[in-house]
Write a protein that binds this ligand. Structure first.
Ligand code: HEC
Length: 198
């Protein structure tokens, strides 16, 4: 081995590139396994038929979603195909109204309004919005808020009315419920309005 020989450095560059390509391919496949619906960290879409909770895991030192027991959304049991169609609609509504101009999903987006990753689990639905709207379930309170955010404000920043139909608002709520069941490795650690923002 002669370190003066350019062939030595060429072989080094080629072998490093090949090894890193193999590592990258492995990491990509591993990430896709974890992040697709039905993967290790993401439930299938029919999780919207279930009760979702959030509990502190002392071994991992972070909050993890719990999934268990039936809790139907809008009184209906969705098949996997129906739930998938609803997710597609919810995602299109979210994209077409550019919710990310103000909100974040998984931390991506704008920081004007709360992160929505765990919005379904926000205790404010039971504590503030259900009494305020008179809705009997969290899902109904969310629909009422999403259709008339200016009517049910809880903060000194207000969400504008984005003219969502009831069908669109319901699809968004289904999407938010599914998203809250994703194991995000503890992110975000809290809900709703950041206390350092006014
Ligand atoms: C112009 C900025 C803006 C846009 C665009 C916007 N929001 Fe909001 N949103 C807010 C603000 C501000 C709040 C806090 C309002 C309050 O509590 O009264 C909020 C609150 C919320 C909440 C309650 C969160 C919680 O747990 O406190 C949800 C859910 C929500 N928005 C969903 C959406 C969805 C879905 C869209 C797109 C269809 C959207 N928002 C678009 C500004 C926005």
């Amino acid at each position: 081995m002669d370190i003066q020989d350019p062939e030595f450095w060429k072989a080094g560059a080629v072998s490093t590139t090949v090894v890193m390509l193999v590592v990258l391919a492995f990491l990509t496949i591993d990430s896709l396994q974890a992040t697709r619906a039905g993967g290790s960290h993401v439930p299938t879409y029919d999780v919207i038929n279930d009760q979702i909770g959030y509990r502190y895991d002392w071994r991992r030192h972070e909050d993890v979603p719990t999934i268990g027991g039936e809790q139907l959304l809008f009184g209906k049991r969705y098949t996997e195909a129906q739930a998938t169609a609803l997710m597609v609609k919810g995602k299109l509504v979210i994209q077409s109204r550019a919710c990310m101009d103000c909100h974040t999903f998984f931390g991506n987006g704008a920081y004007y309004a709360p992160d929505l990753t765990k919005a379904w689990l926000d205790p404010a639905w039971q504590q503030i919005w259900m009494p305020m709207t008179g809705a009997k379930t969290r899902a109904d309170a969310m629909v009422m808020f999403l259709m008339n955010p200016e009517k049910y404000p809880t903060w000194n920043r207000q969400m504008p009315n984005l003219a969502l139909s009831q069908e669109e608002a319901r699809a968004v709520v289904a999407y938010l419920k599914w998203m809250s069941a994703i194991d995000t490795n503890g992110f975000p650690a809290n809900f709703g309005k950041p206390t350092n923002l006014r």
